[in-house]
Design a protein around this ligand. Structure first.
Ligand SMILES: NC(=O)C1=CN([C@@H]2O[C@H](COP(=O)(O)OP(=O)(O)OC[C@H]3O[C@@H](n4cnc5c(N)ncnc54)[C@H](O)[C@@H]3O)[C@@H](O)[C@H]2O)C=CC1
Ligand SMILES: O=C(O)[C@@H]1CCC=N1
Length: 289
């Protein structure tokens, strides 16, 4: 074990919010051994059943009472903000007064800026803003990471190790975090949407749902791995599939005629803009303007 892994291994991590994103990260940390389950405490607002589920699956600790929640927050080295954006302002306001200067805040909340977190806590609170995705739950996550100004190297390393344990982690400037949200944070949903459409069209053409699903899944998996493994550009790989005047050309021309490029561009612009709106709404609710 090297010294940097040591930091994550020995840190007490508190997950504030116990939803799908928290679980995805917890699973990666526990399964890879990047953080021992006994160092992870998780809580949500009031859903004891959900906490029991996480305890049973991963062996993590859960905080089931207000006193236990306060204790988990007070004793944590790292606090992961994993609640919905609409719950973030109230949660941050409630726990900020008890926060210690050295506690690292890691946020996965769409749109929430480092500046808002620091305004609610301390001007020099160590903060890592991230945008992961749900593929983290199978170790194939893609996370964008931005650091607060002056964040010490060991805190940067800890965050990179935490998200590296569940996939790849890409450091970006904070101003680009909404773009990361548009590409990889929400991205899995676009691909699922494409898969839904492919499966439905295959079934409409007579395939069984099972056959359409299997063929679609393997096609998407194979295409992603072709880009990853060959290192070639997607456009070049597409060219190799597309015989002149063949079937693929007929399909791609139809997609282009129907405006799929424009649809993706508009959807991703709207996604990034929505992240900005969510972030401003949290700041307004928490800071009053
Ligand atoms: N689901 C996704 O694909 C991604 C989600 N995110 C971000 O992750 C965050 C969480 O999203 P999900 O896990 O999908 O949501 P979710 O709805 O599955 O989980 C939210 C959790 O927060 C808890 N919670 C809410 N208010 C709380 C409070 N005051 N105290 C304690 N717990 C509280 C809820 O009980 C629930 O356990 C969001 O802010 C979202 O922007 C980021 C990247 C990807
Ligand atoms: O839909 C959302 O707002 C969250 C953020 C990125 C993925 N899911």
């Amino acid at each position: 074990m090297n010294a940097t892994q040591d930091i994550l291994t020995h840190s007490k991590i508190c997950f504030y919010g116990a939803g799908s994103m928290a679980e995805a990260i917890i699973r990666g940390l526990v399964d890879t051994g990047a953080a021992p389950a006994g160092n992870i405490t998780v809580f949500n607002r009031s859903n004891a059943e959900r906490l029991a589920e996480l305890r049973g699956r991963y062996g993590v600790l859960t905080a089931d009472s207000e006193a236990a929640r306060q204790d988990a927050l007070l004793t944590a080295d790292v606090i992961v903000l994993a609640m919905k954006p609409k719950d973030a302002a109230a949660a941050l306001k409630a726990f900020a007064p008890a926060l210690r200067a050295e506690q690292l805040i890691v946020s996965v909340i769409a749109g929430l800026s480092i500046d808002t977190i620091r305004q609610l806590t301390r001007a020099d609170q160590p903060v890592v803003r991230t945008m992961p995705n749900t593929s983290s739950s199978i170790g194939l996550g893609a996370t964008g990471i931005a650091f607060s100004e002056g964040l010490p190297d060991d805190a940067q390393r800890l965050a990179l190790d935490m998200f590296g344990a569940v996939g790849i982690a890409q450091v970006v400037e904070e101003r680009l975090m909404d773009a990361v949200n548009a590409v990889s944070g929400s991205g899995p949903a676009y691909i699922y949407y494409v898969m839904e459409a492919m499966i439905a069209a295959g079934v409409a053409q007579g395939l069984t749902p099972e056959a359409a699903r299997e063929l679609t899944v393997q096609t998407v998996r194979g295409a992603a791995d072709m880009v990853r493994i060959t290192g070639e550009q997607p456009a070049e790989l597409r060219r190799k599939v597309t015989s002149p005047n063949g079937t693929t050309q007929a399909a791609i021309e139809t997609l282009q005629r129907l405006g799929v490029d424009e649809a993706f561009s508009a959807a991703m612009d709207r996604c990034a803009a929505r992240a900005g709106e969510l972030g401003r709404a949290i700041a307004e609710e928490a800071l009053g303007g």
